[in-house]
Design a protein around this ligand. Structure first.
Ligand SMILES: CC(=O)NCC[C@H](N)C(=O)O
Length: 132
């Protein structure tokens, strides 16, 4: 059994601040734990916008705090994301988050992230390497 808190991973390698300056991610469970998924607590900052497309991953995002507009860039549909709502990117959709307030969410990735991933120019993370 592994027990780990947000407090103890603050400012460690498990705490990633995006180069874009629009979000940060605390990665509580990573590929090295061999759970088959990674689990993060992500904060998206109020007034920003982040466009993503996880070509190599499926992500579930469960909002626990704050409010954001989510746009599916493929269909043009807009959704309001509030605490208690999950969105699942089961089709690798290109999408944009526009938080009205700081938004805190619990994010699960399959395959799991390995550690320090940040978005590339397309808003993706690289595919997992061997042994991930
Ligand atoms: C909501 C979202 O996808 N934000 C980008 C960061 C990602 N959730 C991560 O934790 O790496």
């Amino acid at each position: 059994m592994i027990i780990r808190s947000l407090e103890e991973i603050e400012d460690t390698v498990r705490h990633v601040r995006a180069a874009s300056g629009t979000w940060e991610s605390k990665r509580l469970v990573l590929a090295r734990e061999q759970a088959g998924f990674s689990l993060h607590v992500t904060t998206l900052y109020a007034g920003t916008q982040t466009t993503m497309r996880y070509t190599h991953h499926v992500e579930a995002v469960f909002c626990v705090e704050g409010e954001a507009e989510l746009t599916d860039e493929e269909s043009g549909e807009k959704h309001w994301i509030t605490p208690g709502t999950v969105y699942l990117l089961d089709g690798h959709e290109r999408h944009t988050m526009r938080p009205k307030t700081d938004v805190r969410c619990v994010c699960v990735f399959n395959p799991p992230l390995t550690g320090r991933e940040d978005h590339d120019a397309d808003g993706a993370y690289p595919p997992p390497g061997p042994g991930a």
